[in-house]
Design a protein around this ligand. Structure first.
Ligand code: DGL
Length: 256
């Protein structure tokens, strides 16, 4: 499982439920974090290069890009060059369109994600008769990272994300919010407080877990050691993250 940071843990949680026996290597490109403020070229070359080297060395049977930013930009390219099956993470616009009653959907993602043609295509295919409002909330990536490191988070960041959607035309009618960044389900309780009680949050994690279970059905799993969290840069944050990683079942930490 691959993300720029700890966001993919929200996907791992669902994968654990679907496939409790599956050994997992969780790879976080903390040297490249955050992705959401980078250019398409930077993200695509970084993700393709890293996943190429990682799959060669670690030989996973499947790769999950547990990051909307990396997936919406680089999924096609990475699939073209790697032999291993790849499951991506894309904004859950389809389920959101199915549950909204007001017809107004909010989408929170990184700046890089919300400007992607991939998102335009999902909107056109699944929400053409709805109103989709997008807002880039890079501060929420920082907030989720800090929260999992046990550091304090300024509650104003959640209010700013809610206001960023609410302040747009028809924003007051939003009843469904797509969490289009894997970091955001990790702070969904704070977001729920900021948005108020009448908003439902949707993300793609459960669907990704189902897809991984489908693609690996009939295969047997054998855990030969502890599940590993790998980082692209060593630093103080690795020790700070250890409790969160341990509770996600990642009991060994290493540097790639
Ligand atoms: N977790 C990533 C996503 O799903 C992005 C966070 C970042 O900006 O690096 O989009």
């Amino acid at each position: 499982m691959f993300d720029s940071g700890v966001g993919g843990l929200s996907v791992l949680r669902e994968v654990r439920l679907a496939l409790p026996q599956a050994p997992v290597i969780y790879a976080a490109d903390n040297a490249g974090l955050p992705y959401g403020t980078k250019t398409e070229v930077e993200i695509a070359s970084r993700v393709a290069g890293l996943l190429g080297r990682m799959t060669e060395r670690l030989k996973p049977r499947l790769v999950c890009i547990a990051c909307n930013t990396a997936s919406t930009i680089a999924l096609g390219m990475v699939r073209d060059v790697l032999e291993v099956p790849i499951v991506g993470t894309v904004p859950a616009i389809k389920p959101a369109a199915a549950i909204t009653r007001s017809g107004v959907i909010g989408l929170l993602g990184t700046g890089a994600t919300i400007r992607q043609g991939y998102v335009d295509r999902l909107e056109a295919e699944f929400a053409a008769d709805k109103h989709l409002l997008r807002f880039a909330a890079p501060e929420l990536v920082e907030a989720a990272e800090a929260r999992l490191r046990g550091l304090p988070v300024d509650p104003a960041v959640f209010a700013r994300a809610a206001d960023g959607l609410r302040a747009q035309a028809q924003g007051g009618a939003i009843d469904t919010v797509v969490l289009a960044c894997t970091h955001f389900p990790l702070i969904v309780d704070d977001l729920a407080q900021a948005f108020g009680p009448d908003v439902e949050f949707v993300d793609g994690a459960a669907g990704i877990a189902r897809r991984i279970a489908f693609l690996t059905q009939g295969q047997s799993w054998q855990r030969t050691g502890p599940d590993l969290a790998l980082f692209t840069r060593d630093g103080a944050e690795l020790a700070e993250l250890a409790p969160a990683l341990t509770s996600a079942g990642l009991t060994e930490i290493g540097v790639f």
